[in-house]
Design a protein around this ligand. Structure first.
Ligand SMILES: [Zn+2]
Ligand SMILES: [Zn+2]
Length: 158
């Protein structure tokens, strides 16, 4: 049956998959999620809130349209809190994994840490934001654009 299906697909009698989903999870596995490609962006964020929330030098975020994000399990484990005037963040109440970010500045979008995803996405990281807030103990010398300033998205001098 399976062989026949793949043969039919190869010969063009079955429609190709129109979307591609990438699964993800928190460290303990209670929270399971899925995003559907295409994504909106992929960026390294060096802001203080991201660094502290994730206990990391910086956080690599993948932005997706809300309708392309699906929670597969663990809704009851997700704890939300306001992280700024416009943003809210969540974590797994069982294992503490930092999960999602949402902001009223970009309604209809949810940001997912790339590190939670189990498969490749449709783009590599594209830029650094809040780069002037970066830690001094990690050297970043790639060729990606490095933005900062108050908004985190302004071109930096030098
Ligand atoms: Zn968990
Ligand atoms: Zn950040």
């Amino acid at each position: 049956m399976r062989a026949r299906e793949s043969l039919a697909r190869r010969s063009g009698t079955l429609p190709r998959m129109v979307s591609q989903a990438v699964a993800g999870a928190c460290r303990c596995g209670a929270v399971r999620l899925e995003i559907e490609l295409p994504t909106l962006f992929c960026a390294h964020c060096h802001c203080t809130i991201c660094r502290r929330q994730h206990g990391a030098a910086f956080v690599t975020w993948v932005g997706v349209a809300t309708e392309r994000f699906r929670l597969r399990a663990g809704q009851e484990c997700i704890v939300w809190h306001a992280s700024s005037e416009h943003g809210r963040r969540s974590f797994c109440g069982r294992c503490g994994t930092a999960l999602l970010f949402e902001t009223s500045r970009h309604p209809g979008r949810v940001d997912v840490p790339l590190a939670l995803l189990e498969g490749p996405i449709d783009r590599p990281p594209q830029l650094h934001v809040f780069f002037d807030d970066r830690v001094p103990w990690v050297r970043v010398d790639d060729a990606l654009p490095k933005l900062g300033g108050v908004s985190g998205l302004e071109p930096l001098e030098g």
